[in-house]
Write a protein of this length. Structure first.
Length: 178
């Protein structure tokens, strides 16, 4: 038996990017409860590296009401589940116009495991060539630029990069010895 048993589940909300469900549960001690879960498809985050430079994107993040710098990342449309490397190539090209010859998996991240089932893969993209982006309507205000490693680390320390997935991906990159 797991620590928490799902007894019943009902979908509360759905849109093309996520679903919200409410589960009736029984805890390990036998008590009943309710758990709300945000279900989102697997995402890919890409650290595109060209020598000492990495590519970031900046966009307005509506829930925060702020523009934020982060690594290119996203999910497939309409709640599709794609192969993580295929998704990484798609997101990189869509948001930046960059194409990569190689995608090396660096690790996996859980977004907010206390409330969401979403998991993501982090990739290092190398062998970069420039191209034209194909941004979605929600990404039309996006900017994309190259930054040195020193600049990225300064931006993280200064609070200019606050996206948890981007900071965790940076840690995976450093742990890989790259």
């Amino acid at each position: 038996m797991t620590d928490i048993e799902r007894l019943a589940s009902r979908e509360v909300y759905r849109n093309p990017w996520m679903t919200l469900r409410e589960d009736a549960i029984r805890r390990a001690d036998g008590s009943a409860g309710i758990y709300a879960v945000v279900d989102k498809p697997t995402y890919a985050l890409v650290i595109a590296a060209d020598g000492d430079r990495v590519r970031l994107v900046e966009q307005f993040r509506y829930p925060l009401g702020l523009r934020r710098w982060e690594f290119p990342q996203g999910t497939a449309p309409d709640l599709q589940q794609l192969d993580p490397a295929e998704l990484a190539a798609r997101e990189l090209a869509e948001e930046t116009g960059l194409r990569a010859a190689r995608f090396e998996p660096l690790g996996q991240l859980d977004v907010a495991p206390g409330m969401s089932s979403q998991r993501g893969w982090v990739f290092l993209a190398t062998g970069i060539t420039e191209g034209t982006h194909a941004r979605e309507p929600e990404e039309q205000d996006m900017r994309s630029a190259w930054f040195t490693r020193a600049q990225v680390e300064r931006m993280i320390r200064a609070g200019e990069i606050t996206d948890a997935q981007s900071i965790a991906a940076w840690a995976l990159l450093l742990l890989s010895g790259r």
